[in-house]
Design a protein around this ligand. Structure first.
Ligand SMILES: [Zn+2]
Ligand SMILES: [Zn+2]
Length: 147
């Protein structure tokens, strides 16, 4: 058994059991019985979109808990933790934001991008431009081993 960092979806209407805990990637997670690492850092922030209810929130250190699992997330073939970087296409902006999704349905990169741009509420850049309306200049998606 391994300890893995998890967060709870912050949407009070998200009732599906799998949404209760969203696993976060963590390299070499400790075995159960070990003291959980002091992770993440105090200024850590993560934009995470719930795969079940499409709602996104910013998660912080206080939202992170450690929970036991049979094996590390990295060894779980049906779960992919994605990090999607979007560049804002609004004039004179160009800010880049990262969006994270724990996918359980083998989304393609195109489907993943569509999922992010359909999130609720509309995803916005650092300067508040709605990315699904203002547009995305460039995007990249990769499976993340850490956040
Ligand atoms: Zn949710
Ligand atoms: Zn912008």
């Amino acid at each position: 058994m391994f300890l893995q960092p998890v967060v709870r979806c912050k949407n009070p209407d998200c009732t599906t059991p799998s949404a209760a805990r969203i696993r976060l990637p963590y390299p070499n997670p400790p075995r159960i019985g070990a003291t959980p690492p002091d992770w993440p850092q105090n200024d850590w922030k993560l934009r995470l979109i719930c795969r079940e209810c499409d709602h996104w929130y910013v998660y912080e250190k206080k939202d992170v808990q450690w929970a036991p699992f049979s094996y590390p997330l990295a060894d779980h073939s049906g779960l992919d933790f994605w990090s999607v970087e979007l560049e804002c296409a609004a004039p004179n902006c160009g800010s880049r934001t990262r969006w994270h999704v724990l996918d359980n349905s083998q989304l393609s990169e195109t489907e993943l991008l569509e999922f992010v741009l359909r999130a609720d509420p509309v995803v916005v850049c650092e300067n508040g431009h709605p990315l699904s309306l203002a547009g995305v200049g460039s995007s990249s998606a990769q499976k993340a081993m850490s956040v």
